[in-house]
Design a protein around this ligand. Structure first.
Ligand code: ZN
Length: 570
């Protein structure tokens, strides 16, 4: 006998709209004022809740955790950069460095059609069963960003143009904001057209697009919207105070069309990789480590800088004070952008000035990552594994707990983790030894340029005015989803298992995340698909392509510059 449920729809396709850095901290008030009717509809007719990001909440590792359903200890991407073995150097990472299989590969291997557009950490593009256009860290738009290769020309022909992302550097001066916004809207328009084109071209089972604009505009223009921001200028705010709001509204209206035409067999997921909030100050972790005695300089390093300043016409009483007064932190960033590498080396401290034989810890990474200078792991390690390692780590943590902002007296480090509290897996050994999240993330640990400044805590004078938070967003909508449910305790790591489940696919046992069963309707169950073997994370490259060194030295430079201009690298 045919029952009702036999005739019911069994959705087994998923469409994911990624809004990089989107946050309910903005969405909820704007929904309340009626400005975001589509997101409001998804909240009312679907399930939603905050999505806990990776620690630290950075785009590269976060989207990798989204795609793999595992923590960085298993996928290996802890940052946009990774330490070159046996050195103190860090290099940009790409999808080739990811050691866990991504959902795009898993679905391809079970015969499902994949359509993936602009997802961070999918460069070089994966050879999927379907199509892929890489997101960051793709160094430039050219045909190496698509799979298959010829797809790039096809998109240009069908859509007219393709822009990876607008240059946020433009928005860091008031005079560049208009040009930035024009480019941002153009990028968005082209991305939507490309999505429409790919969705109509492919008989897809899994389609996904990520819009970076929500992240880029929030990094660049937060200060105009936020009256409490130290860089808030009421005059400029009249012009640009609603820019972020308007961009969210624009995306909401685009989303309306997607929701209205959503096929019955498809579940829609709208999500972000992390949240967003104001950004006020840098913490220069290496300078702090130096002040606390965990890092030592070679004899003569400071004398060399004093000498250079003298030659340049300065006679500093105190080299630190002088550098601060002269705003040399900003100058250094200019020098890094230009050619003055020689000047850079003589004017600023670098890791070449560090006496590694007497240095117990150093920082390299975007948000509060501290590494112990360990015997056997670091080239000039001086801390022994075991009791000494634990003693040094504990000492650093105890001192971090007392680090205060000299201007406000407030404690700076909000949460401090030993690496085993965050990460586990085959690539655990590559994790930073300590990770701390600054207070409300208004401070941003900034160590990757060795010595970003000569201060420990430095107010941001220009550049980014907003930065990431731990709480991203999750919304799901469709026949398989319960209506009007606000969920708690969902994490980014849960999305790959949940999407696989929604598609009737097996959830591999190695995944750390769980299926978010609380958003699913009990009476609409996905039809279990025929199983084929899925790779384990220890497979050579997790099913990802392996083509050796994918970035040339020139591309690495371009990429580092792009990440820096996006506010990821100091
Ligand atoms: Zn992001």
């Amino acid at each position: 006998m045919n029952t009702d449920s036999d005739r019911k729809i069994h959705p087994d396709k998923v469409l994911v709209i990624g809004l990089d850095g989107a946050t309910f901290d903005l969405i909820k008030p704007w929904v309340a004022e009626g400005a975001l009717p589509t997101l409001q509809r998804l909240m009312r007719e679907g399930a939603y809740g905050e999505l806990r990001s990776t620690v630290p909440p950075m785009t590269g590792p976060a989207w990798t955790t989204f795609a793999t359903g595992v923590n960085p200890g298993k996928h290996r991407l802890y940052d946009w950069i990774a330490r070159k073995p046996q050195s103190y150097e860090f290099l940009p990472v790409t999808a080739l460095d990811c050691k866990a299989p991504m959902i795009y590969s898993l679905l391809s291997q079970t015969g499902r059609r994949v359509c993936a557009l602009n997802i961070p950490m999918t460069y070089p593009p994966l050879p999927v069963n379907g199509v892929m256009v890489s997101g960051l860290p793709a160094p430039s738009t050219r045909n190496t960003i698509t799979y298959p290769t010829e797809l790039y020309q096809e998109i240009l022909h069908a859509v007219g143009d393709y822009i990876l992302y607008p240059d946020p550097g433009q928005a860091y001066s008031d005079s560049g904001v208009d040009a930035f916004l024009t480019r941002l809207y153009k990028t968005t328009e082209l991305r939507i057209k490309t999505l429409d084109y790919l969705r109509s071209r492919e008989a897809w089972d899994f389609a996904m697009v990520v819009f970076n604009g929500t992240d880029t505009i929030s990094h660049a223009l937060w200060k105009y919207m936020d009256k409490t921001h130290p860089l808030h200028d009421p005059q400029q705010a009249e012009k640009y105070g609603s820019a972020i709001h308007d961009y969210y509204q624009h995306l909401d209206s685009q989303l309306a069309r997607i929701v209205d035409t959503l096929p019955d067999d498809t579940t829609l997921v709208v999500m972000s990789d992390h949240g967003f909030g104001p950004f006020h100050k840098f913490i220069h972790v290496n300078n702090w480590l130096m002040r606390e005695g965990f890092m030592k300089l070679k004899p003569g390093a400071l004398a060399r800088i004093k000498h250079t300043l003298f030659r340049l016409g300065f006679s500093p009483m105190n080299v630190y004070d002088t550098l601060m007064r002269l705003g040399f932190g900003a100058l250094k960033r200019e020098v890094v952008r230009g050619q003055g590498q020689g000047l850079l080396k003589t004017l600023f401290l670098s890791f070449e000035d560090v006496d590694w034989s007497r240095t117990q810890a150093y920082s390299l990474g975007n948000v509060g990552q501290i590494r112990i200078n360990l015997v056997g792991r670091e080239p000039f390690g001086c801390v022994q594994l075991g009791l000494e390692y634990e003693r040094v780590r504990t000492e650093i943590i105890e001192r971090l707990k007392t680090l205060r902002d000299p201007k406000t007296g407030e404690l700076v480090a909000e949460t401090i983790y030993r690496r085993e509290e965050l990460y586990s897996g085959d690539y655990f050994e590559e994790a930073p030894d300590i990770v701390f999240l600054p207070r409300r993330l208004e401070y941003f640990g900034f160590g990757e340029y060795e010595f970003g400044s000569h201060k420990i805590i430095e107010a941001m004078k220009r550049g980014i005015s907003g930065t990431h938070r731990m709480n991203g967003i999750f919304l799901a909508y469709g026949a398989a989803v319960r209506a009007g449910v606000e969920i708690q305790n969902a994490a980014l790591v849960d999305l790959a298992p949940t999407i696989l489940h929604l598609m009737g696919e097996e959830v591999p046992a190695h995944m750390d995340g769980r299926v978010l069963t609380e958003v699913l309707r009990d009476d609409v169950t996905p039809i279990a698909r025929k199983r084929s073997t899925t790779p384990t994370p220890t497979d050579s490259n997790g099913g990802n392509p392996n083509q050796g060194d994918v970035l040339s030295a020139e591309e690495q430079k371009v990429l580092a510059e792009r990440l820096r201009s996006l506010g990821y690298v100091g």
